[in-house]
Every structure is written in C-alpha cells, then in structure tokens.
Design a protein around this ligand. Structure first.
Ligand code: ZN
Length: 241
C-alpha cells in the first residue's frame, strides 16, 4: 500500500465532517464471518441445497426446519467481535465526523463497536420476531432453540433479515439515502458493488470525493478519487483516527 495514498485518505477524513461509510461483506470477513459471495465463502460449502436457495423467502416458508438448521449453523456465529474497521468508524461518529454507516451486513458488529447511526439494509440476525404477534426475540433465543423456533403465542419466529426474494425496508433505504445525500465524503468498503438495489445507493451522493476500498475491482472504481485494492483492516490500521 502506498504511503502517499494513505496520506491523501487521512487528509480527506481530517477535512470531512459528514462522512458516510457504505460497507459490504469485506467489513465482516476480518472478524471471521464468511462472505456469501467470495470464492471461499458460503457458496462453496457443502450443503444439501445452495445457500442462496436456503436463505430465500420461499424456502423459509416451505422448509423452516431446514432453514433454521442452516441459519443456526452458518449465520448465527458465536464469539465474533468488532474489528479495527468497526472500531474506527464508531470513533469517527463519536468525534462528530461521521454521519452514518450503511451496511449490507447482518451481524450487528457496528453497533457492538459503539456505532449509533447504522442503516442495516439487509436486517440483523440479532433481531427475530414472531410472525403472528410481532414480539421480538434475540439471537441467543434462536441459538438455544431447536427445530423451528416458536413464540409464546405459538407463532413461527422469523429472523429480521431480508431473505432472497424479499424487498428492502423502505424506511431504512430512505434513511440511508438521506445520509448519503448529505455526506461530504463517501467511503465505500469491502463490497464489490454488484448487489442491487444496495449498490445504486451511491448514485445519490452529491459530494466531491469517493474513496473505494475493496480487494478486487468494482464497477465504481472509475468514479472514485482514491481506490485501494487492499483489505479494509490494513487501510484503516494505517490511519490516525
Ligand atoms: Zn407471538
């Protein structure tokens, strides 16, 4: 990684007061959470059905027990902790320099690091609700349950996660869009920017500079002021925040 580029990023961060961070799976992989779409991610694991099919709305309805076997095993990962990136972003927010984190991840690690204004486009495994009475249950309740978890009212509990075939929450999209529109620096990290509609949120940005940090190339590289093809952790640990 070039020192010059880090210095440039440092200057951009120092001079901004309304930073928005838009993050993908790469933020979580450094905490040991597998990336759904990377080569060594969940898609290459041996399961009876492809993960993409298991984590779909129709599969949840048709085979909730098999859905939950997979969900408990692969999505409710125990003992994961926020990493350098989560912590740096929380610190920037605390200092009044960061407006919001917009994330495609569902692990709740930004909040665990102390971030307050987080827009979780795809929901969170930490929240699960009864489909009948809407009572909420935490991740531990699901982890400790067997078979299909049920509410005290008898209703089936569903994770507050946007499954395949399901639409994003409008209020969350609106909040994310407002933050991006207001931002004076947009940092995009750990996402290949191919998942829609999340990927098109960045077109709402009106500021001058975009910083892109991703291990591989993205369709937005040409729009960025600064591009790092590195891991997020190595970039953030080189910064003074
Ligand atoms: Zn209920």
């Amino acid at each position: 990684m070039e020192k010059e580029k880090i210095e440039k990023l440092q200057k951009l961060i120092d001079n901004s007061n309304k930073i928005v961070f838009f993050g993908g799976a790469g933020v979580s992989t450094e905490s040991g959470i597998p990336d759904f779409r990377s080569v060594d991610g969940l898609y290459n694991m041996k399961y009876k059905y492809p993960p993409e099919q298991i984590i779909s709305h129709s599969f949840f309805i048709a085979r909730p027990d098999e859905f939950y076997d997979f969900y408990r095993d692969k999505l409710l990962i125990e003992g994961v902790k926020p990493n350098t990136v989560h912590k740096a972003l929380a610190k920037l927010e605390e200092k009044g320099k960061l407006l919001a984190v917009v994330t495609q991840n569902i692990d709740g690690l930004h909040q665990a690091a102390g971030s307050k204004n987080v827009f979780e486009l795809h929901g969170s495994v930490l929240r699960n609700y009864c489909q009948r009475c809407h009572k909420f249950y935490d991740d531990k309740f699901i982890k400790n349950s067997t078979g299909v978890p049920r509410c005290s009212c008898g209703g089936i509990i569903k994770p507050d996660v946007v499954l395949y075939e399901e639409g994003l929450d409008n209020a969350i999209i609106e909040g994310a869009l407002n933050a991006i529109e207001e931002a004076d620096l947009l940092i995009i990290g750990g996402t290949s920017l191919v998942v829609q509609p999340a990927a098109s949120l960045i077109y709402y940005y009106r500021g001058k500079d975009i910083v892109l940090i991703n291990k591989s190339e993205t369709p937005a590289d040409s729009k960025a002021t600064l591009v790092f093809h590195d891991g997020l952790g190595s970039v953030f640990s080189a910064l003074k925040i």
